[in-house]
Design a protein around this ligand. Structure first.
Ligand SMILES: Cc1cc2nc3c(=O)[nH]c(=O)nc-3n(C[C@H](O)[C@H](O)[C@H](O)COP(=O)(O)OP(=O)(O)OC[C@H]3O[C@@H](n4cnc5c(N)ncnc54)[C@H](O)[C@@H]3O)c2cc1C
Length: 312
């Protein structure tokens, strides 16, 4: 049980305690959000951020396609962007895209409107917000190539405008501070016939399906180390198909960890750590997690009343 709701400002959006998060992630594992908040709109989110006691932690969740939520869940408030943040506006070949929009759906919409350049997004299952933070990319293109500008709120509720070049987007990385929430973005493409764009997107999806496993996974577990492929070093370390509890290393793509039989988050994370240790021992390479791990291994019960009184 939690009494956290008592210490949070009233909001217009959905705010509920102890919401299971596993079905909101692609791994289908993990515990509860102590409090789950889906703001009604940007003003509701700003109001919440400004009024909340600052000692209460806040965590962003997008489509859950790049996260491993631990079994004890996420203490504090988990923010998820709902319908108001899923709007798309078009002006010429530039689109204003809400951070809650799924990028694959956006790419398809743009294709039907004759705007090309976003085809690579049709194979990525995340939201625009998560994809900017991770500088998501594939087939030689990444968010960096299409982003013009983004708007974010910090956890104090202040608005920030960022030109793409200020974000220093690089391989699965940005300099966006950890306590900022991306709320919308402007991306630009170029004119092309819809049938050509749709054909290209379809080809990329087919290519993708040929090389990636289907099932409960969060995509590539580790970033490619300098000059090497993560899947190759994992394969050389003998992990193809290796199981731990309900988790395994995909046979089809060894950089994919899978939940194949009611895995716990601990199964997946410890399998990942075993891989890292073995690869380090064999090669000296320090594999870096690409998947973002959130939350705690066991549930934490916090005396929020005391915390708020002591720390504000
Ligand atoms: C089958 C599969 C294939 C994939 N293929 C690719 C690929 O080819 N290329 C690639 O780059 N990625 C790939 N991914 C990973 C993933 O889809 C991307 O990283 C995606 O952009 C993450 O977006 P998300 O909304 O799911 O973010 P989440 O997984 O929900 O969150 C990821 C991180 O972003 C933060 N976050 C989410 N929304 C916001 C926001 N609005 N503001 C600030 N922070 C936020 C979260 O706190 C977390 O730290 C794949 C994943 C799967 C499951």
């Amino acid at each position: 049980m939690t009494d956290l709701l008592k210490y949070l400002p009233s909001v217009r959006g959905r705010m509920e305690a102890q919401i299971p998060l596993s079905s909101m992630t692609y791994f289908h594992v993990g515990g509860n959000a102590e409090v789950f908040f889906e703001p009604a709109d940007s003003d509701d989110l700003i109001h919440f951020l400004r009024k909340r006691p600052k000692s209460i932690p806040v965590t962003m969740l997008g489509a859950g396609s790049n996260v491993l939520i631990r079994d004890g869940g996420i203490p504090g408030v988990v923010i998820h962007l709902g319908n108001w943040f899923k709007r798309i506006f078009k002006e010429g070949t530039t689109f204003e895209v809400g951070a809650g929009v799924l990028v694959a759906g956006f790419a398809e919409k743009a294709a039907h409107q004759g705007v090309s350049g976003f085809e690579f997004l049709s194979t990525i299952p995340g939201t625009m917000g998560g994809s900017i933070l991770m500088n998501a990319g594939c087939f030689g293109k990444e968010i960096k190539d299409i982003l013009i500008e983004a708007e974010a709120l910090d956890f104090q509720g202040r608005v920030h405008w960022m030109q793409a070049q200020e974000l220093e987007l690089s391989y699965r990385k940005s300099t966006i501070p950890k306590d900022w929430i991306i709320v919308r973005a402007w991306v630009r493409g170029n004119v092309l016939a819809p049938n050509l764009i749709l054909k290209c997107a379809e080809e990329l999806r087919t290519l993708r399906a040929a090389h990636q496993p289907e099932g409960y996974t969060a995509g590539s577990a580790f970033k490619n180390p300098e000059g090497k492929k993560a899947w190759e070093v994992i394969e050389s370390a003998g992990f193809r198909g290796m199981r731990k509890g309900g988790a395994c290393v995909s046979e089809k793509h060894t950089n994919f960890l899978m939940n194949v039989d009611q895995a716990s988050a601990a199964d997946i994370e410890s399998l990942g750590e075993e891989i890292r240790a073995k690869v380090r021992q064999n090669t000296g390479i320090n594999l870096e997690w690409e998947i973002v791990r959130l939350g705690t291994a066991s549930p934490i019960v916090t005396d929020w009343g005391k915390m708020v009184q002591d720390k504000g």
